[in-house]
Design a protein around this ligand. Sequence first.
Ligand SMILES: [Zn+2]
Ligand SMILES: [Zn+2]
Length: 342
Amino acid sequence: MSNCLIIQSEGDKLTRGEIDRGQLAPDEIEVDIHFCGVCHSDIHQGKNDWGRAFFPLVPGHEVTGIVKSIGSEVTKFKLGDRVGVGVFKDSCGQCEMCAQGKENYCLNGRTQTYNAPLPNGERTKGGYARTIHARESFSHHIPENLPLDAAAPLLCAGITTYAPLKKWGVGPGKKVAVVGIGGLGHMAVKFAAALGAEVSVIGRDDSKKQDALDFGATEFLVTDEQFEQKLNHFDLVLNSASANLGVDKFLKILKPEGVLVMLGLPTERPDFDPFNVVYAGRIIAGSNVAPMALTEEMLEFASEKNILSEIEICSADEINQAWERVEKSDVRYRFVLDAKTI
Ligand SMILES: [Zn+2]
Ligand SMILES: [Zn+2]
């Protein structure tokens, strides 16, 4: 059994509870969870904003901790190792995407760390808990120089932003705009700058301007006049906002053949003018987390460049208040739950 924070029924708050993790499978490790990042998607699921949540629900997919026990077939981890578990628990391992090492796009229903169906009819339970069982092939060593608390958000916010930057060739000579500077956006700024790109941030107001510059951005855009000066300017626009801020204004600031990457999942459906795509050969792309191999690469890159999330630690008693603050964008920049307080 594991102590946890659980939403018993739709509309409830998170409260203390207990879950049965069952038997450890031969290829699984048991993680003594030290920290779990608070992702905005935890809140969307907790409130059933997307209509896809099942209750009781234990959220959390930015887990770091220490290996507490190992299954009989585990070779990659030993007791006491520092470990991270992210968004996925499993994938089919058979389909075309899995065969290409793209487990995050498994065609047969990748298993997410929480809220995903299990063969026994139950749903996976996430990292707002004291322990979790994870397949070793879906778990990651956390480099020694990265503290477990500020490294936790790398497992979702970090890799979610690193993956599209790599896919679309961000590096020296490229101009990148990051829309929104929250949990995802601040990681995008750090990674894009570390990859050598020139980074601009597009914010709602300039209250986070100095932080953005400290994270590696060279400018901070807020007003329509500033937008007008950036038409056909960027190679890549990374939209990290979870609200629908429109599409056309971000297309227009892209160079011809530039790419707008959507990372957020607004509940309101966006639309766009096809002229802004067709006439300049621009691309609207999506991205969802990343393959395991790229996650390993991201952790090595973060270790080498000392890239971490900016965090505020919260205890189990403070979690509901923390969720309310995330919804108001009142966090710099990611809450991390201290799992020992559960
Ligand atoms: Zn997440
Ligand atoms: Zn698959």
